[in-house]
Design a protein. Structure first.
Length: 130
């Protein structure tokens, strides 16, 4: 078959088909109407019209600490982790002060670090002074 041979039924040459010069398919059959858009409940013109759920979510993180004035919070995370473990060692896991430190380090530290440190604490190989 030659490049200039006509593709059957389309009156297009093979090279026109390969290069994408064929006409696009119509969106719908000629003489018919397109279906209406999705339900009006799901299409909003602006965010003010979107119904908001009645659930109130409160997000908190550790408060600022004068010991860690820069944006990199790695040391802040590590210090809060140490403070939490020192606290539970002295006061027990159920003490509210210890829970405060737990919230702080959980909001500052990446999950991978916490998991690795917890494994090291369990194995007795954690390098920090707990």
């Amino acid at each position: 078959m030659n490049q200039n041979d006509v593709v059957q039924g389309d009156n297009l040459t093979l090279s026109e088909v390969i290069t994408g010069k064929q006409a696009p398919d119509p969106a719908h059959e000629y003489g018919t109407v397109s279906p209406p858009p999705s339900s009006p409940d799901q299409s909003y013109r602006n965010e003010d019209e979107v119904p908001q759920p009645n659930v109130e979510i409160e997000l908190k993180t550790a408060p600022g600490d004068w010991r860690f004035p820069v944006q990199n919070q790695t040391r802040h995370c590590y210090t809060r982790y140490l403070e939490y473990h020192r606290c539970i060692k002295e006061k027990g896991k159920d003490d509210p002060a210890c829970e405060k430190f737990a919230r702080y380090y959980r909001s500052l530290c990446p999950l991978e670090w916490i998991q690795r440190w917890n494994e090291q604490v369990e194995q007795g190989t954690f390098p920090g002074p707990i």
